[in-house]
Design a protein around this ligand. Sequence first.
Ligand code: BTN
Length: 251
Amino acid sequence: MIVHRPPFIIHQFATLGSTNDELKRMHNPPEFTCVVAEEQTAGRGRRDRQWHSSPGDGLYLSVLLLPNATEKLSLLSLIAAIAVAETLTELRVGGADIKWPNDVLVNGRKLCGILIESVSAGTNAPRIIVGIGVNLNHESFPAELSQTATSLKIETGQAIPADDFRDQLLQRLFVWYERWKHDESRMILDRWQRLSTYAHGQRVSVALETESLIGETAGLTEDGALNLRLDDGSVRTILAGEVTRLRKNEG
Ligand code: BTN
């Protein structure tokens, strides 16, 4: 089924392997093409992880962006998280937070994950697939996720139709994408930092490819990378890594 929510064209499926993969398979889709599935059988997360995508419980959505600039692409990952966090605020869900770069948490547990993939079309123009998974109506999670994941149903007791969340989220994403296109990086960085308790002064460990660092977060760079102040006072700029908050007596 195809649903029109201008400028978005939404291709709705009952079951797919992965909405990101389906969007990649499409032949030259226009910008703002979306793929949504009620269930994913091979939902993918970052770092080759799986994304738990049980039928009817979540929003599993991929959106195609065709930015005509190659600078500041990394900020697209921040605007997706901002859009999700603002949708939660509109729904009056308290306790939302963003863990760098783009995990959206509620009351400290993960409610939404974002997988951004760039597909080269053989030209300089990047094709960006923004894959967003939001846990909406799950009543429970498999044992391995039960301590770290949550859903809107678990947090608020209310079920929410995935289509309603989808439409609000797409509107917010469009607003922030327009700001990105108009080079409003400062506004994006400020907004992200206001929505995230991880932005400043948090003691965290950061797992990189080959090492792990411990330090205190010290804001974002203008490209959206995370500044980490190490215990020797030096500052490392983190471009990619897995952030974990440390409790007072850890690290
Ligand atoms: C993460 O936190 O690791 C990112 C998870 C991204 C999951 C979404 S669900 C829709 C889209 N299709 C996928 O296969 N993955 C993303």
